[in-house]
Design a protein around this ligand. Structure first.
Ligand SMILES: Nc1ncnc2c1ncn2[C@@H]1O[C@H](COP(=O)(O)OP(=O)(O)OP(=O)(O)O)[C@@H](O)[C@H]1O
Ligand SMILES: [Mg+2]
Length: 338
């Protein structure tokens, strides 16, 4: 067995060096604390007038018990002083919620626990930084994929439908005047092809919010609102507080995508009369709310839309809540830190 594996803390000497500071290892601190208590106990026994007879007398038993209790109390108090932060770190490890970043343990001024608490807080810093970077990478990857699909829809499906439209128009023009029913049939097919082309363009536009990049969040939300109005699935009121703090481009994208999905859900599921979309500042956060007075649901079973909204919110350290009750509508609320 190597010397380092013989010791629980892996130090070769009673001293450990970390962060440029040399101090006693936890193992040696516990040993020395206990040793000091036992030495004091032994000295008290040796130097005080108290003696133990062969047959322990009642008075000696009382003195021994008092001494033992005193040693236990002193030992407990000293160990507690050293090891309380260790317990706090163990508790924090069991209960840490990485979905709510920022919680840190209070740093003790000295002792082996101080090093542990410092290490734990540093570890949380690194994990949260890595999660934030991972979130940004995931968002970027999702958007890149959407761009690619939008491009392909536009360039391939869109082009093919345009060719079909032009071909139909040419065929229609060549139909002899004495066969009007064929011309009518071709016109109907051409109308369907045009509607298909419009759908492809609309889907491509939804996949790639160019307006967000070009004109910013407010215009992008206005564009979403007018797309929603065109669906005729409820009267929409849009409110944006003046002087909103600036958001990162990732956070803006998340606000936009959540508003988009929430409005799509209203159009698909709510049967609402009034819909309110608002973007406001609450303290150090920006809050997006999409509220409808539609049918609501007793228990909302998240599909990929709701799961996607939650996932996106967490990627920028935001929080998404949905309240819904039968007959009382649904409210989607996204809180994003600024
Ligand atoms: N505004 C709303 N009003 C009423 N029900 C809603 C509303 N929003 C969501 N729901 C309910 O929540 C469910 C989950 O929504 P979610 O967006 O996850 O899935 P979806 O819209 O059914 O499908 P998709 O994955 O394509 O978005 C819906 O099926 C619907 O029952
Ligand atoms: Mg949905």
């Amino acid at each position: 067995m190597t010397p380092s594996s013989a010791r629980p803390n892996g130090c070769c000497t009673p001293f450990c060096e970390a962060g440029g500071v040399r101090e006693l290892s936890l193992y040696w601190k516990v040993c020395l604390t206990n040793g000091a208590v036992f030495v004091v106990g032994a000295l008290a026994l040796a130097l005080s007038p108290a003696r133990v007879s062969e047959q322990v007398l009642a008075s000696e038993a009382v003195v021994l018990t008092a001494g033992l209790v005193l040693m236990l109390v002193v030992n407990g108090a000293l160990l507690r002083l050293s090891l309380a932060p260790v317990d706090r770190v163990i508790r924090a490890m069991a209960t840490v919620d990485l979905a709510h970043p920022g919680a840190r343990l209070e740093q003790p001024s000295s002792g082996p626990g101080a090093r542990l608490v410092e290490g734990w807080n540093d570890l949380l810093d690194r994990i949260e930084a890595e999660r934030a970077a991972g979130g940004a990478r995931a968002l970027a990857a999702q958007e890149a994929e959407r761009h690619r699909i939008a491009q392909e829809l536009h360039d391939e499906v869109g082009q093919s439908l345009t060719v079909v439209l032009l071909g139909l128009k040419r065929a229609e023009d060549q139909v002899p005047p004495d066969l009007p029913e064929i011309a009518e049939g071709l016109a109907l097919v051409r109308e369907s092809a045009r509607a298909g082309l419009d759908d492809v363009r609309r889907v491509a536009r939804r996949l790639r919010p160019g307006v967000l990049e070009d004109l910013g969040l407010h215009s992008a939300l206005a564009a979403l609102a007018s797309d929603f109005a065109a669906l005729d699935r409820g009267h929409l009121t849009r409110t944006t507080s003046p002087g909103l703090p600036p958001l990162s481009s990732d956070a803006e994208l998340v606000v936009y995508r959540v508003a988009q999905e929430a409005l799509t859900n209203v159009a698909r599921h709510a049967a609402a009369r009034e819909v309110a979309l608002s973007l406001t500042r609450v303290g150090e956060t920006v809050v997006l709310e999409v509220r409808d007075d539609g049918r609501g649901v007793a228990e909302l079973r998240p599909g990929s839309g709701v799961l996607g909204m939650r996932e996106r919110a967490s990627l920028v350290g935001g929080e998404l809540t949905i309240e819904s009750a039968p007959g009382q509508g649904t409210t989607v609320r996204l809180v994003v830190p600024t």
